[in-house]
Design a protein around this ligand. Structure first.
Ligand SMILES: [Zn+2]
Ligand SMILES: [Zn+2]
Ligand SMILES: [Zn+2]
Length: 109
């Protein structure tokens, strides 16, 4: 059984198929001194951004700023879903492997 969504045409743009071992947090929040709730990884360039429930919404901002980077993967423990901003479609991409160690959200501490 496959969870591939045939309506997302961006799967071939994925460059990151192995998740980083660990990340420090949302790149943009760390630079700007902001706080994040959940972390998302750009599957095109590896940019780490924060979710739409974070004040910065940097994952969405990254996808909007770089229109060729439509796909993200959740970096939250136990979450394996990906999201295409262009197709507004959630999916699982089993080719992406690895587990990323992330710091606790500064909003929750
Ligand atoms: Zn797509
Ligand atoms: Zn952020
Ligand atoms: Zn990117």
């Amino acid at each position: 059984m496959s969870d591939r969504a045939p309506s997302c045409t961006h799967l071939k743009t994925i460059e990151i198929t192995e998740l980083p071992e660990s990340v420090d947090g949302c790149e943009d929040c760390l630079r700007e001194g902001g706080v994040w709730l959940h972390l998302r990884l750009c599957l095109e360039c590896g940019h780490v951004g924060c979710c739409d429930d974070s004040p910065g919404r940097h994952a969405t901002a990254h996808a909007a700023a770089s229109s060729h980077h439509p796909l993200i993967r959740s970096l939250e423990p136990g979450e394996e879903w990906c999201w295409c901003f262009v197709d507004e479609l959630g999916m699982l991409i089993p080719e992406i492997t690895g587990v990323t160690r992330i710091p606790p959200s500064p909003m929750l501490s």
